[in-house]
Design a protein around this ligand. Structure first.
Ligand code: MN
Length: 133
């Protein structure tokens, strides 16, 4: 049984349909309003159309990769405080470091440990709530 809305909206940027659907269903069940994007350019469009509180960003994306997209989002003043969690394909230290360099607030390695991801989401949203606009 799904929980009632928790008032937060999350943008999931993921080109793999199975991963996207799985994350979407699990977050919806936790009360998040979910918006989906399938590549980096689509992500930018969805950011403009929706007021997303947090972004889950797959790094390996077609058209425009997650690193570039993360940097472009963080460069926009209206989104610079929007938390981004990078989803990296493997536990490569280089991938994590690159994600943090382009402005991602956190990273999670695939396969996703959903309980741990949820903790990170809640922590970032709580931090955001107390930080100045
Ligand atoms: Mn991908």
């Amino acid at each position: 049984m799904p929980e009632p809305s928790n008032g937060y909206s999350v943008l999931i940027v993921e080109d793999n349909e199975m991963n996207r659907d799985l994350l979407s269903r699990r977050l919806s069940r936790k009360g998040f309003e979910v918006t989906l994007a399938v590549d980096g350019v689509d992500a930018m469009e969805k950011m403009r159309e929706h007021d997303c509180d947090l972004v889950l960003m797959d790094m390996n994306l077609p058209i425009q990769d997650g690193w570039t997209t993360c940097q472009l989002i963080k460069d926009e003043p209206q989104w610079s405080h929007t938390p981004i969690i990078a989803l990296t394909a493997h536990a490569l230290t280089n991938d994590r470091e690159r994600a943090l360099i382009v402005g991602c607030d956190e990273y999670e390695t695939k396969p996703i440990d959903f309980a741990r991801l949820l903790e990170k989401i809640h922590r970032l949203l709580a931090d955001k709530a107390v930080s100045p606009a």
